[in-house]
Ligand binder design. Structure first.
Ligand code: CS2
Length: 490
């Protein structure tokens, strides 16, 4: 059997594969990361790898999974090592990353994660826990009725939620006289740091007002993260292992492009990320909004339209001329909502996106992006539409993306496979689909369930646009719905 990738087998790798350029034995932990999935391993762990290689050895990463054991099971026998496969038009480049010192599964041993979080050497906690793990209610406040929050308030020393871990660790650090860590959210949420800060203060306030005041003083900078990371397939595992000559149970696939913009507010110190291309700024909001509305908004649209048209990858969906025309028009709608005075170069950004979505070396599945639409569409699509209506403009393309989501969701178990993609609101969405309502009633019920447009005065107008598209999608299909938009004056 082929030997496993590990610290000892590393020496046997072919010269074409990059390996850690530092002595891993000298690295100490400085960062705890919550949600150590493929995105983190393709993005932050790669930046930290470069800092370690430059001699900043105090910033090794301890990774924790808040749910599944799969990353730990793959990485533990490999001493935390894994391969990053960077795939573009120039072929595939392999780099073995060593910045993750250990990975463990929080629910199996909550005390271990609390020990790591209270280690005085740990000065930053980063998170990629996905939108839904922020546990917000429909108005964006902490969902105090959520079972994890209820449990964490009842048993603070065995937390389940990120909120429970962070607040308990901050309380223990304060009691021990240890400086608080800086908390850096790396999820695709607008003002991700401020949002998390608000939720943590709300959570701490339910434990003790004095603790809330302490949490309020903790720094939570916002950040914009960007790198496309398709889920690894068995074919990827086999191909990479063959090139390595060693078995890697979980290599991570990504593109050459990578971007990270961070608000520079780290009272307990930070690695010198800016030496490796990270943009340290005062206010990340304009970058974040551009990324969420142009990249992620287009991504979700390409996913739902692609699923309706039978395309299984982003490159195939975006390669469909009718969908490409639609996305180009959607970009024009969204672009007009971005701040004009923030120095954003939206034209080059869109040109780069076009190239990235056309990358056929990445098989980025439309079904992967389709997950969790109810959590993603507010900041990717609905926000742009509300801004457009505010300034007296139409939002017809944006609202077709929402209608395509609803249509794709209701076709699951019919023309699309059951479970092709999932959503935290699935129980409600399935009940709505099963009741066979007219498009207007379906749309109203979905807006209620997902909290789209909240109490905005434009909500009825948005619902109306979505309902008209949904009606067309149901009656005549995607091609007709797209054709009805062609030639519309933006
Ligand atoms: C994608 C993102 O799955 C999705 O929802 O839109 O993960 C996207 O690939 C990243 O945000 C790119 O940085």
């Amino acid at each position: 059997m082929i030997e496993r990738l590990s610290s000892t087998s590393l020496r046997a790798l072919p010269a074409s594969v990059e390996t850690p350029r530092y002595d891993r034995a000298t690295v100490t932990p400085g960062i705890v990361h919550l949600g150590v999935g493929a995105f983190h391993r393709a993005h932050q762990a790669d930046y930290v790898e470069q800092c370690l290689a430059a001699g900043e050895t105090g910033w090794g990463i301890i990774g924790a999974s808040l749910q599944s054991a799969s990353t730990r099971d793959a990485l533990e026998p490999q001493d935390g090592l894994y391969t990053l496969a960077i795939r573009g038009s120039g072929g595939e480049k392999l780099r073995v990353i060593g910045s993750i010192l250990s990975v463990f599964v929080a629910p199996q041993d909550p005390a271990r994660l609390l020990r790591a979080l209270t280690d005085p050497r740990v000065r930053i906690v980063t998170l990629t826990i996905t939108e839904k793990a922020y546990l917000r209610n429909s108005v964006g406040d902490l969902d105090t009725a959520h079972s994890a929050i209820v449990a964490d308030l009842a048993n603070p020393s065995t937390p389940r939620s990120a909120h429970g871990y962070l607040v308990e660790a901050l309380a223990r650090r304060r009691a021990a006289g240890t400086q608080p860590f800086t908390i850096l959210s790396c999820d695709n949420l607008p003002a991700n740091g401020q949002t998390l800060h608000r939720l943590l203060v709300q959570f701490a306030g339910l434990r003790d007002p004095d603790l809330a005041a302490h949490v309020k003083s903790v720094s939570c900078p916002s950040s914009m993260v960007d790198r496309i990371v398709p889920a690894t397939t068995d074919a990827d595992r086999d191909r990479v292992s063959q090139t390595l000559g060693l078995r890697d149970a979980w290599p991570v696939m990504t593109e050459p492009f990578s971007q990270w913009v961070i608000e520079d507010d780290f009272p307990a110190g930070r690695p010198q990320w800016e030496k490796f291309g990270v943009e340290m700024v005062r206010d990340v909001r304009p970058f974040e909004e551009m990324k969420l509305r142009l990249l992620n908004g287009a991504h979700s649209s390409i996913a739902y339209l692609g699923l309706l048209a039978g395309h299984d990858t982003v490159a195939k969906s975006f390669g469909d001329p009718a969908i490409r025309r639609f996305v180009t028009a959607l970009w024009r709608e969204a672009e007009a909502t971005l701040p004009k005075d923030a120095g954003l170069d939206t034209r080059s950004y869109v040109a780069a996106l076009t190239e990235r979505f056309d990358n056929t070396a990445l098989a980025h599945r439309t079904a992967q992006i389709a997950n969790d639409g109810s959590q993603k569409l507010p900041q990717r699509i609905v926000g742009s539409a509300l801004d457009r209506l505010d300034s007296g403009k139409e939002a017809n393309h944006l609202m077709l993306a929402v209608a395509a989501w609803i249509r794709a969701a209701e076709l699951r178990g019919k023309e699309l496979p059951t479970g092709l993609f999932t959503d935290p609101l699935d129980a409600g969405l399935e009940a709505i689909a099963a009741s066979g309502l007219p498009a207007a009633d379906t749309t109203a019920a979905v807006f209620d369930a997902a909290g789209f447009a909240g109490r905005s005065v434009h909500r009825a107008r948005l619902q109306d646009l979505v309902a008209r598209h949904l009606e067309m999608l149901r009656r005549e299909g995607l091609a007709a719905a797209l054709a009805s938009l062609d030639g519309e004056n933006l």
